[in-house]
Structure formats: structure tokens, C-alpha cells
Design a protein around this ligand. Sequence first.
Ligand code: PBG
Length: 332
Amino acid sequence: MTAQFPMIRPRRMRKDAFSRRLMAENQLTAADLIYPVFVLEGEKQRESIASMPGVERVSIDLLTDVADELVELGIPLIAIFPVTPADVKTELAEQAYDPNGLAQRAIRALKQRQPELGVMTDVALDPFTIHGQDGLLDETGYVMNDETVEVLIKQAVSHADAGADIVAPSDMMDGRVGAIRAALESDGHIHTRIMAYSAKYASSFYGPFRDAVGSSGNLKGGNKYSYQMDPANGDEALREVALDLAEGADMVMVKPGMPYLDIVHRVKTEFKVPTMVYQVSGEYAMLKAASQNGWLDEKAVVMESLLAFKRAGADAILTYFAVDVARWLKQG
Ligand code: PBG
């Protein structure tokens, strides 16, 4: 009796490092990373964030040091998030388009220090409204669409005026990409790229971010269900992406990341356009907390999570781990 042995043994290729490397379908590099930074007023200011251990808010003078490090590590893009002091927040979010606002000053400082580092800005009103919603409210508390878009246009143009390379509307108002694109074109900002947060879900994974920018208290238990997407939906994400592309988006974003890999994959497969993914604050907090408890191996799980984004079809990943990852990649 001859025993039946398999002719096909997938394990052959997995036996040695050389053949595993040879057949790897995806690879993570520093060029895939986008690094988000929370920016503070003042000088030599550095604050930690309780729900995001290892992430800090920094003032502009320290932000420019971060820029040097990103260039050194080969990370192509920084994303800035201003932490607006409470006393400049208003109902109408005027601070969002102040040419001397925190974001606008940060953009100028970054472009002056490291011209080749891409600078991306968040276009949404939540850091600037006293209620923490991404837009202007009517008397019932509903976030008004078209009135909000008018302010978003001013905000995006002020970022482009300051030198932003990419504006990223993260507000989920209808028609904002087209309106921003038209305004940028008519102001001569023909090179400003738009990264549309096209598939942005009403996610509970944003909690730590709202602590970081100080908008959670303002939101007072309110939610963003009337504009951000329902986690139940997938087809709707494709529709949002199609609209944003038709309106002039250069890139699209899926957010959050890990629970939405199916969306990343569907978007990339369907549209074949630059597709970014945001590993959000709550994902960071989960991986970090488990690692700090010794329950997970931080480097291993972070690298695995980012490779999984690439496998799903992401072209770049916005992650609070970007600097750590680029260092690990450099160490080999
Ligand atoms: C603001 C904005 C949010 C995030 C990025 N831009 C919060 C929100 O929509 O409430 C969340 C990012 C994160 O959790 O890391 N529009």
C-alpha cells in the first residue's frame, strides 16, 4: 500500500525566508504613510493625550521639527489637525478660514521648513464650532448642508492660499467637493489636490480624536448620523466615491480602517483611483492599550494591520503609528 502524498504542497514556498519574500504580493514602505499631527497654539508646547498614549499635541515650532523627521524617514505627507482654543470657537466657525488661524500658520511654517514634504489639511468645521458639529446648525440643531459648504469653500481656499498641497474635506456635506474644486480653480489653485473623505462612517472609533482636538465635550453626547455614513452600508460608499470623483476629487479616503477593509477593497476594485485609508484614533488606542498591557506585540500587530490595508487595496495609510513604522522599516 503506497500512502497518498500531496503533489501540491503550498508549504514548500513558505519554508524559507527567500521564497516567502519572493512571493510576497504586497509590501509596506515609508512612501505609503501619512502622519497626522495635532497642533497647539503657543511655543514649546507639548501635551500628551490620555486616550492616545504616545501621541502628543505640539506647537508650531515643534511641528517643524516633526517635519524634518518625516523627510528624514521618507514619509511623503503630513496631515495637520488644529487644536482650537475654546475662546475662538463660535456658532459660525469663522476661525476656520482666518488667514492667520492656527492651521494656516502651521501650513506656512511647514512649507517654509520642508518645501518637499506634502502638507494636507482637514476641511471640516468641528474644531471651530462651539457645538462640535462639522457644520452650521439651524434652529432645530440640524447641520445645514449648503450654508456649511459656503464656509468649507472659504476654509479650503484659505488653506490653499497658505500653501497646503492637499485639502481633505472630512465633513460629509453633499456637493462640497465640487464646490471646493470650482473655488480652487477660479482662484488659480489648479495644483491643489483634493483627498475626499468619501466613505466616512459615523463611527464610535473617533472618540480619542475628539479628546485630542477638544471637541468631544462640545458634542455633548450628540452624534453625526445625519451626515456621516451608517456602518450598515457598503453600496452607499461606492455612490459617495462616484460623486466625489465626478466632482473633482483626486483621491478618496475610507475611514475608519480595520473594520472597513471590505469598503477599501470594493472602492479600489470598482474605481481604480488613488484610495487612502485612515487608521483612526480608536484603532490606535486599541492596539496601543493591548500592547502596553503586554497582550499584543505592538510592532507585529501594527505592521500586520498596515499590510492588511495594502492587501485590501489601499495606496496609502493615514496612521498615528506612521513614524514608528517608518523607523521599524528603516531598521529592517
Ligand atoms: C473631523 C474629523 C474627525 C476625525 C478626523 N477628522 C472626527 C469626527 O468626524 O468626529 C477622526 C479621526 C480619528 O479618529 O483619528 N471632521
